[in-house]
Design a binder for this molecule. Structure first.
Ligand code: SAM
Length: 423
């Protein structure tokens, strides 16, 4: 399980009015502990007395069965308990009616952890809600709530939280884009809602190219890209991210392709360009073992395929949406003195910078993003085709708040910026 999800509505979903007898008892027991025993109910199902004149509403088979004394109709008590009802059934019977309009049901997951962001008005019921989620969602063992602490969001994009139900165990394992990641969710950034965005960019990378991930986290771009034969210089300033990226590199066997770094992204951009060129000059490469020939054929053993590290970076990825645009000035001089590397029509590196902007159906967000890129890159850009110098493709990634969306702006580094003198 990796995506954000809604708690399973379970067996009670879709009941009609006629089925109201199967609803749980109303237990406005308040915000204290969840008392599962209160959710027990006996439903007396129709007990019919059989007279000589048989009710004509019965089906033929039933009528015949009773006539022949093969069947008897007896009273039946159906006992329903806590396990029968869904999260939604139970929370509706606990919460006062004025809270029924926006019942919390969505949460993010990271492995066995469900991460809620409860609205203020539901906070008095937080423990009950969390216990219910724990009981009614498969594979969830711990429920946490983000503690809103304005201004306290860390530079490493971790958050403060409170454990509402289950053990305080944040050591999780997730699978994303066919790679396994193990990490401490309290110490590093992870967001399962980004899987599609990770995949979108990974699909753009070609085997044998070099990608520089400037804010790589624990490697959700880098590790799957390495798995498809892309060389990745993967950096994150959080030492804990660096540690768990190393774990993911080993676990997914991509150490030939993915190199972890722990630097400030601002300095890493030049460093990565220089170090890739050095690796190329030193003839660093990987050898790909060929498939063994079938035993029947007495063909000579094929040679391993050699893939050299190319001299230049093809893509820079910058997923730190709150501030990454402000790092764009660091591309100035990234290839200072190396115009020769881009002769013969070779394309300049593509930058993919994530950012936030307004939610609007018109061009306002695109124009706003291009204005900010222009400001920090020191080069005039406008929305358009990313392969044309000075033009930017803006991809809409996801909603993050009622008036805010996350975008990814992709453009090639203008030659003027890339070849500018370094300070
Ligand atoms: C939004 S997370 C994205 C992580 C990863 N790319 C992903 O998609 O899950 C941003 C990352 O930037 C890192 N970070 C923050 N400031 C940084 C800086 N100045 N240089 C490099 N990394 C930084 C944080 O530690 C965090 O892991």
């Amino acid at each position: 399980m990796s995506q954000s999800e809604k708690v399973n509505k379970g067996s009670g979903e879709g009941k009609t009015q006629d089925m109201a007898i199967f609803s749980p008892p109303v237990v406005r027991s308040g915000a204290g502990a969840l008392n599962r025993a209160l959710f027990t109910k006996t439903v007396n199902l129709a007990a019919a007395a059989v007279n000589d004149n048989q009710p004509d509403t019965w089906g033929t088979a039933l009528k015949e069965g009773v006539e022949k004394k093969e069947l008897d109709v007896i009273p039946y008590e159906l006992k329903l308990d806590y396990d029968y009802w869904s999260y939604h059934d139970i929370i509706t019977s606990i919460l006062p009616e004025e809270l029924h309009d926006d019942i919390p049901s969505g949460f993010n997951t990271a492995g066995h952890v469900a991460h809620m962001n409860l609205r203020e008005r539901y906070i008095p019921y937080k423990k009950v809600i969390a216990e219910l989620i724990l009981d009614k969602t498969q594979n969830i063992r711990t429920v946490i709530n983000k503690v809103d602490n304005v201004g306290a969001e860390s530079e490493f994009r971790t958050f403060q939280y409170e454990v509402l139900a289950g053990p305080d165990d944040m050591q999780v394992q997730v699978t994303e884009n066919n790679c396994v990641f193990e990490f401490d969710y309290a110490k590093v950034y992870w967001n399962s809602k980004l899987e599609a965005e990770h995949r979108r960019l990974i699909n753009m990378f070609e085997p044998g190219e070099v990608v520089c991930d400037v804010m790589a986290g624990i490697g959700p771009f880098a590790v799957p890209a390495g798995k498809k034969g892309v060389f990745v210089w993967a950096n994150d300033m959080n030492p804990e991210s660096n540690k768990y990226m190393q774990v993911a590199i080993n676990r997914n066997k991509v150490s030939q392709y993915v190199r972890p770094f722990c630097q400030d992204g601002r300095t890493f951009i030049h460093h990565a360009a220089d170090s890739v060129l050095e690796a190329h000059k030193a003839s660093e490469h990987v050898l790909i073992a060929p498939k063994p020939p079938s035993r029947a054929k007495k063909a000579p053993k094929p040679e391993p395929k050699r893939v050299d590290i190319p001299p230049t970076i093809s893509h820079f990825v910058m997923n730190l949406p709150a501030t990454a645009i402000e790092f764009l000035g660091c591309y100035r001089g990234v290839y200072a003195g190396h115009e020769d590397l881009f002769e013969g029509g070779k394309l300049m590196p593509m930058v993919h910078v994530h950012c936030f902007s307004f939610k609007a159906d018109d061009e306002t967000p695109r124009n706003d993003i291009c204005e900010r890129i222009t400001k920090y890159l020191g080069f005039k850009v406008k929305p358009g085709n990313p392969d044309v110098e000075g033009e930017v493709a803006v991809h809409d990634v996801r909603d993050v708040a009622p008036a805010k969306r996350m975008f990814c702006a992709s453009f090639r580094i203008p030659r003027e910026a890339a070849f500018a003198k370094r300070d």
